[in-house]
Design a protein around this ligand. Sequence first.
Ligand SMILES: C[S@@+](CC[C@H](N)C(=O)[O-])C[C@H]1O[C@@H](n2cnc3c(N)ncnc32)[C@H](O)[C@@H]1O
Length: 539
Amino acid sequence: MEGEQFEQQEDREGSSPELLQSLRSKATEHLLREEWEESIHLYTKYIDLSRTQITNLAGSDPDTVPKVRKSLCLALCNRAEARARLHDSSEAMRDCDQALEIENTHFKTLLCKGKVLLALSRYSSALECFKTALLDPQASESVTAYVEKCKKLEFQAKTGAFDLSDWVLSGFRGRTPELAEFIGSIEIKKSEFSGRGLFATKNIVTGALILVTKGVATERGILGSEKAQMVMWKNFVDEVTKSVRRCDRTRRLVSSLSTGEEEDTLEVPDVSLYMPEEEAFETCGDDSSLDMEKLLSILDVNSLVEEAVSAKVMGKNKEYYGVGLWTLPSFINHSCVPNARRLHVGDYAIVHASRDIKAGEEITSAYYDVLSSPLEKRKEMAESWGFSCKCSRCKFESVLSVANQEIREFETGLERGVDAGNAVYMVEEGMKRWKVKGKDKGLLRASYWGVYEEVYNSERLMRRWGRKVPSMEVVVDSVCDVVGSDERLLKLVVEGMKKKNGGCSSNIAEMERVLKLGKGVYGKVVSKKKAMKTLLGLE
Ligand SMILES: C[S@@+](CC[C@H](N)C(=O)[O-])C[C@H]1O[C@@H](n2cnc3c(N)ncnc32)[C@H](O)[C@@H]1O
């Protein structure tokens, strides 16, 4: 209605100064009332009319042009502010750039652009804006605070020097720690599994950070009924849809993800495209083919859920559940001998090495439980994910089970509930006959982890079988060697240590072992021993 009134006024008076004045006042009124859409609508009219007026005045009254240009600059800045509030970052950036073309040190615009860049994780560019704004006499302490924040995040993004220790030690008080996006020594290449994968370009030690990225969208809640989950999923899809509509770069990055179809024909993008600081707006090439059907397939294949370990690091209970989409982590393929794990803190996914990774090795994570899952169970889980796993463990176990009737009989026995001690003994003895040696022993022990865990957790079973089966430490090390650290391995070792030492950490070597396992589970982001011990329940 308001728009129509202005149009009628325009028909009567043309772009008179009165019309411009009332348009600007109304737009500002909406802005102050935080009615972003209405404000954008009126500023758009005002901006269009101002531009026409500037063209007309250039010939007739050039002295008035600077005044109109000044108002135009402010209008562009205000529209940018409203667009930024709606997270429409691409349009907000365009407005800021046009305003700065008129006045390159316009204080309010520099602040607005800085904030938009910060939200896009473009710390260095944001820093430049805030530094220039700081030179303005209007600059207050809040601008200095923004400069400091950008410097800190820029440093973290370059070095990966994050630390969640204080957050853990504070008992998760206050706001979730602020993180920067970070991409370690990795590249995207063709994978032998399927399509593309992430690869290490340097050796990465256990616990070291691989990447930290902000989600395109995340949705969280307490795990409840099926209906609640459906609502969560619907909200999540809505959020992703909004994000891809609002930001050109997000749309292009999301559209580079797999739909699960013909992965081997997909383009292999350069990892630098996923670095926020890169000017990827121009270089990606347009991709308008991200329709709803494609987006839903992408979400089906690439959405990730936050797990209990993340909830623990966030100080939440296990029922706390989240789903999200993170672009670069979506290139990580599954393996039943994974070498990386994911933590979720706020909207960020943190990927770290769960065991040592060699340069050139593919970075993989477990999409489903690979500990305690024999081959057939893993096959079923892969199928529900829509693929057939091509990892080395699945190949090894397939060949072994085809050759050994004994393994199949053993598994049938397991299903019938054979005594756990006897089962462990049978696997260990069987491995001698099947010539399973060295690291490969860890693969079978991982597959039948359930019975090993039962034995080591039971004093009765240990009294009966303890001497006939390898020690818990030997088995944990061999399993950890192939599937990486896991909270269940960690729990067993911690409980064992507590039992042995009556809760005291008197044995330094044992404590170091536990802390190393902890590093594999939680990553080096929990760098202080005291914080790690708190997570492990040892403080
Ligand atoms: C999140 S994407 C991983 C990246 C994907 N390969 C790409 O090119 O974008 C998941 C898809 O990768 C493939 N994939 C992942 N791990 C695999 C594995 N171990 N064996 C075979 N295919 C796998 C499956 O097609 C799966 O649907």
